[in-house]
Design a protein around this ligand. Structure first.
Ligand code: G3H
Ligand code: 13P
Ligand code: ZN
Length: 309
């Protein structure tokens, strides 16, 4: 099926009450682990690349890895820029073959967010590329920004209609209590489903995106901590909450931290079991296998997009 935009995928996901997994990719083993899992369970995919990933692995290498995955799996895959922070970065990704970009103007004022988002939409739509915007601010750390809990802000449902109409975005990321990284809630996990419901009422049929949606799976946190690591107080989004969001208007669920934890836990375990090991295939291979298991689990039990490719 090949390289696709998010348009058709999200339309079907909305109608079917499921979500597409948007997994962050940084190297070959991650691309292979995710796409092998999706192939086995016939799931459509968004593979997303952050500015940091692009700096680390190089745009062309990542693009070629994804093209290779499409050739190997025959799956529909959308290649998406995660958290683009400027028009120039979005333009560079569009010119370099991405089929979708996120312009994250959530740190700007409402008017400035609209301005930069509309500029990206005009350029992207001209080239047949879809655009994700963001309203509201998630707490946590990404490459470009570090938002403290005090600076985080829930999305205001009163703003979403005007934002979508004036920018022409194809999907919208909203803040309902999730955050980036491995430490998401200070007490009991709680998502503002009332905000999601309100947004869905204001934007019927329109695809919503949930960032910061890793569940911080205890098995992998334990694997890290038992093998010389130190991940204190890990806390993720409960899977039943994600499942509920996917049955509503959330069509794209972003997952990166869970991949990092699975990969790191597995590699630490390999070194604990065999400290003399120095063949990268002997620890990156198992790390790739654990990513595959994790992604299969997400697709079947959380996203509900198995069999939808
Ligand atoms: O939301 C952020 C993603 O986890 C990407 O993280 O900017 O460190 O690549 P990164
Ligand atoms: P997590 O840190 O919860 O995996 O979120 C990833 C994300 O939102 C990427 O944009
Ligand atoms: Zn994010």
């Amino acid at each position: 099926m090949g390289l696709v935009t998010s348009k058709e995928m999200f339309k079907k996901a909305y109608e079917g009450g499921y979500a597409i997994g948007a997994f962050n990719v940084n190297n070959m083993e991650i691309v292979q682990g995710i796409t092998e899992a999706a192939k086995e369970v016939k799931a459509p995919l968004v593979l997303q690349v952050s500015a940091g990933a692009r700096k680390y692995a190089n745009h062309t290498y990542l693009m070629k890895l994804i093209e290779a995955a499409i050739e190997e799996t025959g799956l529909p895959i959308c290649v998406h820029l995660d958290h683009g922070d400027s028009f120039e970065l979005c333009k560079s990704c569009i010119d370099g073959g991405f089929t979708s970009v996120m312009i994250d103007g959530s740190h700007h004022s409402f008017e400035d967010n609209i301005k930069v988002t509309k500029q990206v939409v005009d350029y992207a739509h001209d080239k047949g590329v879809t655009v994700e915007g963001e309203l509201g601010r998630l707490a946590g750390i990404e490459d470009a920004v570090n938002v403290s809990a005090e600076d985080a802000a829930f999305t205001d449902p009163d703003e979403v209609q005007e934002f979508v109409e004036r920018t022409g975005v194809d999907s919208l990321a909203i803040a309902i209590g999730t955050s980036h990284g491995a430490f998401k809630f200070k007490g009991e996990p709680k998502l503002r489903f009332d905000i999601l419901e309100e947004v869905q009422k204001r934007l019927p049929g329109f695809p919503i995106v949930l960032h910061g949606a890793s569940s911080v799976i205890p098995e992998y946190v334990e694997m890290i901590n038992k093998n010389g690591g130190k991940i204190p107080g890990a806390q993720g989004v409960p899977e039943d909450m994600l499942r509920k969001a996917a049955s509503m208007s959330v069509c794209k669920i972003n997952i990166d931290s869970d991949l990092r934890l699975a990969m790191t836990g597995t590699i630490r375990k390999c070194f604990s079991e065999d400290p003399a090991q120095f063949d990268p295939r002997k620890y990156l291979g198992p790390a790739r296998a654990s990513i595959k298991d994790l992604v299969k689990h997400k697709i079947i039990n959380v996203l509900g997009c198995d069999g939808k490719a």
